[in-house]
Write a protein that binds this ligand. Structure first.
Ligand SMILES: Cc1cc2nc3c(=O)[nH]c(=O)nc-3n(C[C@H](O)[C@H](O)[C@H](O)COP(=O)(O)O)c2cc1C
Ligand SMILES: Nc1ncnc2c1ncn2[C@@H]1O[C@H](COP(=O)(O)OP(=O)(O)OP(=O)(O)O)[C@@H](O)[C@H]1O
Length: 179
């Protein structure tokens, strides 16, 4: 797996998943697996574009569930061919939505996978509607836990605060593991 530190590669084609992916829970794993599958189908690199620090930790001081090294290990296990790690800092957050779109365009994405509520660019000004003007955007169905609730890093942080390690393990898919 190629790791691009603060450097978005020039590619002739790609399938790109974007997100914080903090904790790499079952929902994140589903997004990355789908990205990898599509890359294999189209025979182009699958790329995970992620952030260090996670934006929610930067802006809201929320607990960080895994460090960049652990995240990279998971991305590699899941089979992504390339990963971009953007340093999420005071300079990076000044980048406009349009400038982020230009940056993504360097990879000539055939498809971009994000959640319905994905936001990007200074002040969170960019949304899925804007992204769809420039790229084919695929929205992944939310993965839910057995109780029917959507799995999220926020829920995992709450379960950790409650000391529910079994609940955390279930949302991380520890029984199922990764391929
Ligand atoms: C270029 C760029 C600038 C951003 N600037 C802000 C910002 O000013 N305020 C903010 O709350 N989030 C900002 N974000 C973070 C996004 O709101 C969002 O958390 C991030 O794109 C990760 O998506 P996810 O939360 O769905 O994983 C920015 C993201 C990007 C890519
Ligand atoms: N349960 C889920 N099912 C499918 N996709 C998900 C799920 N949770 C997150 N994703 C997707 O994974 C990518 C990264 O999401 P993100 O890092 O914001 O996760 P999150 O769990 O929603 O985090 P947080 O709770 O901190 O907002 C996004 O494209 C998002 O839509």
């Amino acid at each position: 797996m190629k790791v691009h530190d603060n450097n978005t590669p020039d590619l002739h084609g790609s399938v790109v998943a974007i997100g914080a992916f903090d904790g790499m829970h079952l929902g994140h794993q589903a997004v990355i697996r789908e990205t990898v599958n599509l890359g294999e189908i189209y025979n182009i690199p699958s790329v995970v574009y992620t952030f260090d620090t996670p934006p929610r930790a930067y802006f809201q001081n929320s607990t960080i569930l895994m460090n960049a090294k652990e995240k990279l290990e998971m991305v590699k296990k899941l089979g992504a061919k390339q990963v971009v790690i953007a340093s999420f800092n005071k300079d990076y957050v000044q980048k406009s939505a349009e400038s982020f779109i230009k940056e993504l365009n360097k990879m000539h994405p055939k498809e971009i996978l994000v959640g319905n509520d994905f936001r990007f660019g200074k002040g969170r000004s960019g949304n899925v509607q804007l992204l769809k003007k420039y790229f084919n955007v695929r929205i992944i169905e939310p993965v839910r836990c057995t109780r029917g609730e959507v799995i999220s890093s926020t829920r995992i942080r709450k379960l950790i605060a409650l000391g529910d390690t079994q609940g955390v393990g279930a949302l991380l898919g520890e029984k199922e593991g990764v391929k």
